[in-house]
Design a protein around this ligand. Structure first.
Ligand SMILES: [Zn+2]
Length: 141
């Protein structure tokens, strides 16, 4: 009698143990999927604004402040090399946790793994300088 109770306990415990193995596998696979949806890469980052020095367009120009995709440059706009980052892609950039950036512009000097971050003033753009920065492509963003 004692043995059969013990056996029953063992047979009840067995699937529970297996369940935690399944859960472990699930967490592992889920983390791989998550990591895949946020592919992190190191980019060279520079900054620009809409001014004539940065964009060669005077405020009187009808294309002043307008990006390559036809959208008005605003906070969150970044210029990319469209062979590397597809225009329209959403990006997360290290150091700006509250902003989802949008690849909406291009630039002659923006080549390869390089992003050019738009700032509202030339002074801010200069202050940003040139950095190496971790960029995540938000695939399901
Ligand atoms: Zn500027």
């Amino acid at each position: 009698m004692k043995i059969s109770v013990k056996n029953r306990v063992v047979s009840l415990r067995f699937p529970t143990g297996l369940l935690s193995v399944y859960f472990g596998i699930f967490v592992f696979v889920a983390s791989l999927i998550f990591a895949g949806s946020l592919k992190a890469e190191v980019f060279k980052a520079t900054a620009y604004c809409s001014c004539v020095k940065c964009c060669d367009k005077d405020p009187s120009d009808k294309w002043y402040g307008i990006t390559a995709t036809g959208k008005k440059a605003r906070w969150g706009t970044v210029a990319v090399d469209k062979r590397v980052v597809k225009l329209g892609s959403k990006l997360r950039i290290e150091g700006f946790p509250n902003t989802v950036f949008r690849a909406e512009d291009v630039g002659g000097a923006v080549k390869g793994k390089h992003i050019d971050v738009w700032f509202p003033s030339h002074e801010d753009a200069i202050k940003f300088g040139v950095r190496k920065i971790v960029v995540q492509r938000v695939i399901n963003g």
